[in-house]
Design a protein. Sequence first.
Length: 94
Amino acid sequence: EWGSNFCDELEVRDTDIIIDKGTNVDVDSYSGFFDNGRRQQTTLQRQLKEAGVSEVYCVGIALDYCVGSTAVDAAQCGFTSYIVEDCSTAVDAA
């Protein structure tokens, strides 16, 4: 669907790694690592570990959903996890 497409201005290279999430329509998937029920995981943890990554920096427009969930799961998966506040905002600003 159009909501999962990249905008035309984004340069996507053949060497870029794209992690799919939210592929099960019956379960929300806020985190980049797992669905909300933690029944399925994406390939993100494996890809990061294979690349020798130890730190994860999370940014985005849904701090209280996707960004926060991804940051927490990154820490639970053994990464040092950061939220870059200058590059993030919450859906519910209250």
